[in-house]
Each structure stands twice: as C-alpha cells, then as structure tokens.
Ligand binder design. Sequence first.
Ligand code: GLU
Length: 428
Amino acid sequence: MSSGTAVALTKSQSDELNPFMAMSKRFDAAADHLGLDEGLREVLRTPDREVTVAIPITMDSGKLKVFIGYRVQHNFSRGPCKGGIRFAPDVNLDEVRALAAWMTWKCSVVDLPFGGGKGGVICDPRTMSMGELERMTRRYTAAIMDVIGPDRDVPAPDVNTNEQTMAWIMDTYSMHVRATSTAIVTGKPLALGGSKGRTEATGRGVMIAVREALKKLGLNVANPRVVVQGSGNVGGIGARLLQQQGFKIVSLSDIDTAIYKADGLNVVDVLDFIKKNKTLRGYPNVQHITREEQLLLDCEILVPAATENQITSANADKIKAKLIVEGANGPTTAAADAILESKGVLVVPDILANAGGVTVSYFEWVQDRAAYFWSEAEVNQKLETVMVHSFAEVDETAKKFKCSLRIGAYILAIDRVANTYRLRGTYA
Ligand code: GLU
C-alpha cells in the first residue's frame, strides 16, 4: 500500500509511490489525447466531496480509542458514487482519493451508471475482535450517514472488509432511516439481498480479462504459467477459476510470504490451508520464496491481486511475464508503465481487469431496487458480456489513439464522464 516503507525515499521515489499522483499521470496522458481543456481537467481531477470522521470506540479492554475514517466521492456526474471501504493501518487520504478516482474511471470503462467513491478507516483489523470491528463499522456508518444512500453513494467490500462488514453497514443505515434499505451497500450476504455470483465476480472478471488478452496477444503456449500475487477474494478466487480453465498456477502469495511449484499448485488445497492456518507459511511440498522474488518468477502471466505499488521502477525491468493482468487497484506505478511498455509486456489495467466486482455490484443494486433476484448463471452470463465488450472497446480505443491499453481505458472512461458533465452543464 501507499508509501509504507522503512527505507528513506527520495522525492521522486515517493512521488512515484503516491497513488493520487499515479492516477493523475495517467489522467493527464489521456486528457492530452482527448484535447480536454484545462477547466474540464480541473473539474474531473478534483474530488467532489471528501469527508473525514472521528470514530470513538470503547475497546474490549474498556478503554476509549479514536479511529480516523474517510469517504471520498470523486465524481457523481454519471450516477451515485460507488466503491469499497477498506480497513488497514496505512490508509491515508491521498490513497483513498486515488482509489475513489479509479472507481469513477472503472465504472465508466464498463459503462455503469455510477460515479466513483472510496472509503477507508485507519486500523489494524488483525488485532481487533469481532465486537470491536462491529462497533467501529457501525459508528463509521453513522458518521458518514448524511453522504451515503442508494441514490447517493453505495459502499462495498474492499481490502479487509467483507459480507459481514456490509451487513453491519446495511443494518446501521436501515436503523437510521427507519426502513430496511438493501441497496445501500453491495457485497452483502445473500440472505440480506446480496447477489449470486458477487463473491466470485472480481476473480471471474480477472479470468475473463486473462482469456481476452491471450487472444489478443496470440501467445502460443500450451498451459501458460501463471503467477498470482495474493490469495484473497481477488487473487485466490481468480487463481481457482483460472486453474479450472486449464491454466497452470505456479505461484501464490499472502501478506507474509509466497510459494512456488514449477509443475503447478493445487489452488483449492492452498486456499484451504490458508483458511485453516491463517498463513501460507508451512505449506508442504513447495518452494518457499519471498514476495519480492515472486514477482520476478519465470512465467507467461502475472496477476498482481494484492495492493498498490508492487511493480515499480525498482523491479519492472526484471519482470519476466509477457502479460500482466491487474487484479488489484494501482499495482503498477506510472514509471513502471513506461519500462514495461518498452519491454513489450502487455498490461491489462486495473480499471478494466478488476471491474468484474463493481459490475456485479451494479447487478446487485439493480436486483435490490427491483426486489427481484437472478440466477447465478444469469449473473455470470451478464458479467461475461460486459467484460468481453469492455475489453474490446478499450482495445479499439488504444488502437485508435496508438497508446497502451491503460491509457486507452482512461481515454474511454474520461471521455464518457466529460460528455456527461458537458451535457449536464455547470450549475451556478
Ligand atoms: N472494492 C471493489 C473495487 O475496488 C468493488 C467496489 C464495488 O463493488 O463497489 O472495485
């Protein structure tokens, strides 16, 4: 995540690792291609609203502790803001800002009627009890009550938040508005108005993106070797679905460590081990390597599906993969983009590759509002249609503007938001 490192960084290194700067660099490149005027650039760059809240909680010890939380609504031109809430020790406003902007572009790339938002609370959920997490989630929800709502801003899970977190938010919001409001969050348990297929959606979208990119690359290898950084909702599920499609998953990692097996891992078994032991450490009959070594493994496909700033100017030239499909938000810095491009590595950018999650969040919101629920096959089919179509649109845009898929995705997304803004006009 952002710039949490023990080593002192130079100014240009810390700029490289600032997620909002990373977003702005790509935004500027796309805006140049589109010939956007300075005024509109400023509108689209500036978050519409940023809320910082104090969250006092009585800890299990009986002591009071104050957590700091954010909700950033980057742009609501195209509809209610949409985006996850993360709980992590290194959450900061610049990171949440960047993630909110990425949600605006992501929703626009896949043409959902949503703007972008993101939330975060600075905390270490690994050291908190369920009771403390519940009280913190409920108080955070109450604190941002005035800016969220099914027509205003609809949160979802992100790093270290899950179905249970969404259930607490849904209940707290519903208690305040004195009515059961299911469409206030997505990624809820099925019993509370969740959607079939939502848990798997981001991983499924990543799998579809890998498949579409391979068609485009014409990479003629039987059983391409895949390295997946992560093993959670995106990486773990993505790896499992890729293995089901016949891909060889040679490496997986968690927050502490990574494992490698040249002739392929049994993904389901690895995920079961992590569930039981809460770590990959000690997984038998594989080579144990560091997370840094993992990214440089000999493979055809690399799927960074953990956090930001994993592929940087410090390691990009040593990456051996031919194809990178970004399951995480912001895993590659702007400086690394240029290095990868010069090496001929194809990168499917986060705002396309991991858009499966928010796409099925949109389906969940639609089902909640209609109070009519779809089968899993229907959800998966609709997701497939959106991902395949959006991949083709990004590819066409990149060809038209002679740029990378990343800048192509930004051009497509920014153009849609800019058109909406122009049509609505500036209210004064
Ligand atoms: N947190 C996910 C993302 O970064 C999902 C957001 C959502 O479904 O609203 O795309």
